[in-house]
Design a protein around this ligand. Structure first.
Ligand SMILES: *Cc1c(COP(=O)(O)O)cnc(C)c1O
Length: 384
């Protein structure tokens, strides 16, 4: 049985070009970038090349990129780093109810540590309202963190407008761009953000590496102390091969962005059309205009989600019921609850995330298998 992977928001395979770029740094070019000899210089040059590649893909300066162990660490460094650095100015932080756990749980932890966190609601499409952001700002507000695109339903947030409001009040803005980076244009100048997180394994790079963009002049305290690596913001010997992989992956997505976006958007529209034809009561969740091109989130009323996903898995088809980290949980997703979905729609959420290798035939196979499984669950005769 040929397996079909439709869960690219959870992780992606490492691109062959990325593997090829990384290999030398796992073998012959094993130097420590902090060493002064030729082995060290070779590794240092590779790390700095990757920094330029990541910076170029965001329209940033190389000096504004800090490599981390992934998206989670980039989020935590942004939030805690900025919160500690701005502590004398104020203690109020604003975020939203649909953030990734890396942001939400860090904010909730900061709330128990003397900071004061406002969690904004979202509308039925998963969008935060600008007027809510503006109304939440106080003279003690130091930081706003709103994700660029949601990992569960794919809604893209109005980051640029949020930055305009925030900066009028001298408030820093962080965005988690882990899902949007490589899928829609992500330019730090266009967005206007001060801090931006990204991750390697969501963009056909390796796991365990990510980056935080830190606009020049943005106050930030390190979470770790030790060596002086990453300008003291992230001490510890660099994950050279991982960083090289992230750099190559970032350069690749930059190169392929326009074409990939077009392909994914077309496949997503085709998938929607096929789903409506087979399952007329399907409900699509999240904003259908401001959305990620390769992500489709839908609910099938009257069906048990975990059972359906198990049946699909039995057919070799990998999709998700939401975020990868919440799979296995039986309670409704906090993101869907924040969208205000009725229980009938939170019981069977399906997130399909298309990727570089997804074909029209794959979409057709998925829809056919899903249709069969739903009919069986509903006790109908197949094809009837
Ligand atoms: C995957 C993801 C993260 C975490 O990134 P890791 O590199 O896996 O730590 C953070 N935010 C969002 C929106 C994600 O999708």
């Amino acid at each position: 049985m040929e397996r079909l992977y439709l869960d690219h928001a959870a992780t992606t395979p490492v691109a062959p070009e990325v593997v090829a770029a990384m290999l030398p740094y796992l073998t012959s070019a094993f130097g420590n970038p902090s060493s002064a000899h030729s082995f060290g210089r070779e590794a240092r040059e590779a790390v700095e090349r990757a920094r330029r590649q990541v910076a170029a893909s965001l329209g940033a300066e190389p000096a504004e990129i800090v490599f981390t162990s992934g998206g989670t660490e980039a989020d935590v460094l942004a939030l805690r780093g900025a919160a500690y650095a701005c502590r004398r100015r104020g203690n109020h932080i604003i975020t939203t109810a649909v953030e990734h756990h890396a942001v939400l749980d860090t904010c909730l932890a900061l709330d128990t540590e003397g900071f004061d966190v406002t969690v904004l609601p979202v509308d039925e499409r998963g969008k935060v309202r600008l007027e809510d952001v503006a109304a939440a700002i106080r003279n003690t507000t130091i930081l706003i963190s709103v994700m660029h695109a949601n990992n569960e339903v794919g809604t893209v947030q109005p980051i640029r407008a949020i930055c305009e409001v925030a900066h009028r009040h001298g408030v820093l803005v962080h965005t988690d761009a882990v899902q949007s980076f490589g899928k829609i244009p992500v330019s730090v100048a266009d967005l206007g953000v001060d801090l931006l997180s990204l991750s390697g394994h969501k963009i056909y790079g390796p796991k365990g590496v990510g980056a935080l963009y830190v606009r020049a002049g943005t106050p930030l305290e390190p979470l770790f102390h030790g060596g002086g690596q990453e300008r003291g913001l992230r001490p510890g010997t660099e994950n050279v091969a991982g960083i090289v992989g992230l750099g190559r992956a970032a350069a690749l997505v930059k190169e392929k962005l326009a074409e990939e976006t077009r392909c994914l958007r077309a496949l997503r529209e085709y998938l929607k059309k096929e789903l409506v034809a087979r399952l007329p009561d399907v409900r699509f969740n999240g904003d259908q205009e401001d959305c990620l091109p390769g992500l489709l989130h839908f609910s099938i009323p009257g069906v048990d989600g975990p059972t359906l996903l198990k049946m699909l898995d039995g057919e070799g088809i990998a999709v998700s019921g939401g975020a990868a980290c919440t799979t296995g949980e039986t309670k409704p997703s906090y993101v869907l609850l924040a969208l205000g979905l009725a229980e009938d729609y939170t019981r069977c959420p399906v997130r399909v995330t298309l990727g570089r290798s997804t074909t029209v035939a794959a979409v057709e196979r998925f829809v056919a298998v899903l249709d069969g499984a739903v009919r069986r669950l509903r006790g109908e005769k197949q094809g009837g």
